[in-house]
Ligand binder design. Structure first.
Ligand SMILES: *Cc1c(COP(=O)(O)O)cnc(C)c1O
Length: 380
């Protein structure tokens, strides 16, 4: 699904020397590399505060801790996402409220959020799923109207833009009150182990969070709040510093591959290609800036998705089903209040979605082979 080795080959010298440099300096945790990466990422995102941490799941949890959410508070998020999003809500004793998603964008459905708001609702967690920004204008309006926090799960969206109705553009992860991201190796900006970060333009919240990631300490050995140990190590920061200057070109390579896939699947009735917001005005998707294609996810309709996956695997093509089970049906997150009729979209998507190989090193020959295998099967 990804080609991390091919990507490494192109930046090997820079990465190797940065890692060696960290080893020689022995500042392994929170060293100067971490600080420099933090500054560079703040500049790249145009956000006031980046707080690096150990992984993307921690980043979400710490964002919620920083906001002071308390047991009993309800947090609304999408039924169709990676489990980490809902896991940290439950772990903190908050009440997860899963809602349906949009069948076209795969992102949280704003009407469904509206219907789920109660007097106990405190936050909304939109996920920029597969790399496409959620509907942030409407989510922010709703949040302002009901006095809710918005925590963007940007683990799959880093580097993408969201364009507001007024035409202003912001990078995903800088629109809500706070955001989280992951630097897991297969993410669009991946390190060589685990890593994550929290972003916010709120200086007070950033201060709070900087203490939480380090045992609740704001002054050495003074523990003002209950915190966690969640730090980015310097070797990972060195890798991320080497890769950050390439993030835009990495995302462009993903878009180029996506545009080729989409072109090959054009006019195939059984294959629904991913959408993005600039679809209508821009037919050349390589110029898109709202989708960073963390995954390239098709919907296979009136055909057998599982048999297609098997067919691809048998022909040496990796593929993935993200996600095969909606979160509201996962044992850990069952809730008597959920009604199946409120999850018609996710219940359908889990049967239709399939993600094809997507990374920065896909070449024309691979794309041609993959698309012809998909088309041959679905048209059979
Ligand atoms: C990867 C991912 C996470 C978790 O990130 P980790 O670094 O693996 O903890 C959270 N949310 C979403 C949507 C993700 O894709």
């Amino acid at each position: 699904m990804v080609d991390l080795k091919g990507q490494y080959a192109a930046i090997k010298e820079r990465v190797d020397s940065s890692i060696l440099n960290v080893i020689e300096n022995t500042a392994f945790v929170n060293g100067p590399e971490v600080h420099a990466f933090q500054k560079e990422l703040e500049e790249y995102l145009n956000v006031k505060n980046v707080i690096p941490c150990a992984n993307g799941t921690d980043a979400l949890q710490i964002a919620m801790m920083g906001l002071g959410l308390k047991p009993g508070d309800e947090v609304i998020t999408a039924d169709f996402t990676f489990a980490a999003t809902v896991e940290v809500i439950a772990l903190l004793g908050l009440t997860p409220v899963l809602v349906d998603v949009d069948p076209v964008t795969f992102n949280i459905d704003v009407e469904a959020i509206k219907n789920a708001i109660t007097p106990n609702t405190k936050a909304i967690v939109p996920v920029h799923l597969f790399g496409l920004a959620a509907n942030m204008d409407e989510i922010m309006d709703l949040a302002n109207e009901h006095n809710l926090y918005v925590i963007e799960d940007n683990a799959q969206g880093i580097g993408g833009y969201y364009t507001s109705k007024d035409g202003s553009k912001k990078k995903t992860g800088t629109i809500g009150h706070v955001a989280s991201t992951s630097f897991f190796p297969s993410k669009n900006l991946g390190c060589y182990g685990d890593g994550g970060a929290i972003f916010t333009n709120d200086d007070e919240l950033a201060h709070m969070i900087r203490g939480i990631v380090n045992h609740g300490m704001y002054e050495r050995y003074h523990h003002d709040v209950v915190g966690v140990n969640s730090r980015l190590d310097s070797i990972q920061a060195a890798v991320l510093r080497a890769k950050l200057p390439n993030l835009d070109s990495y995302n462009k390579a993903r878009r180029t591959a996506a545009a080729k896939y989409t072109k090959a699947f054009k006019d195939r009735e059984n294959i629904i290609t991913p959408t993005c917001f600039c679809d209508a005005s821009d037919t050349n998707k390589e110029n898109c800036d709202c989708h960073v294609y963390h995954q390239y996810t098709l919907k296979i309709v009136n055909s057998d998705r599982d048999a297609l996956a098997k067919h691809l695997n048998e022909n040496g093509i990796p593929c993935g089903v993200y996600y095969p089970i909606p979160l509201h049906l996962q044992k850990a997150y069952l809730d008597v209040r959920y009604k199946e009729e409120n999850f018609t979209v996710t219940n359908q998507l889990i049967k239709e979605v399939i993600s094809l190989p997507m990374h920065t090193e896909l070449d024309d020959e691979q794309i041609e082979y993959i698309t012809s295998m998909v088309i041959n099967f679905v048209n059979k």
